[in-house]
Design a protein around this ligand. Sequence first.
Ligand code: F6R
Length: 242
Amino acid sequence: MNIRILNSREDLNATAAAVIASLLLSKPQAMLGLATGSTPIGIYQHLADMYSKGQVSFARAYSVNLDEYVGLPPEHPQSYRSFMNEHLFQHIDIPISHTRVPDGNALDLAAECAAHEQAILDHGPVDLQLLGIGHNGHIGFNEPGHRLTGATHVVDLKESTRSANARFFGDIDAVPRQAVTMGVGTILKAKQIILVAFGSDKADIIKQALTGPVTTECPASLLQCHPNALILLDQKAGGGFN
Ligand code: F6R
């Protein structure tokens, strides 16, 4: 793992965006694994800005998203499909047909999980997977527990995750109880992983994930086993290393 602690959130966003842009310059048809949540928003703004200045193109790129809530139609304002459209896709030139966010509203969720894996096989492997980290160490929606699942699957969300995400829904009762998520096997197959974290509230879990034991009880700790993982932290999230 390569751990970099940057001076500011701005530096962190610019650094992550530069890595993604340079991948696309060398491999325009790259497959990007994308995340939602508050962490990547600034990175996506940087990428949109770089695109508007003609510094990067996504015209031949593919993307797959980590996860989606079960039971939300894609057009729901809190669906991760809506998030991706709003924060990235509508600002760049990626063909929407090249983007895949799991359909959490599919009638046959098992078939949808298989279709997500197949899309990665068809256009992948994922060249670069962007990750945030949950306060409990989850990556995607792979929640801590006695066991983890390798492939894309349906997961029951922990109450702690539902309450962390209630800020987007206004009311915890509106937060779905399940999600479709890439499994840890899917995530670890990416050629490169960038995990990004900022803020002092992430400092403890970052220290635990990166320096503690590799355990299913902290899914992000599995990144210690990845041969090409870049960890980008601001000073606060990296505070545990001082
Ligand atoms: C989002 C995702 C989650 C988030 C994590 C951190 O697609 O997979 O693992 O990355 O919950 O969320 P934020 O960035 O909101 O702190």
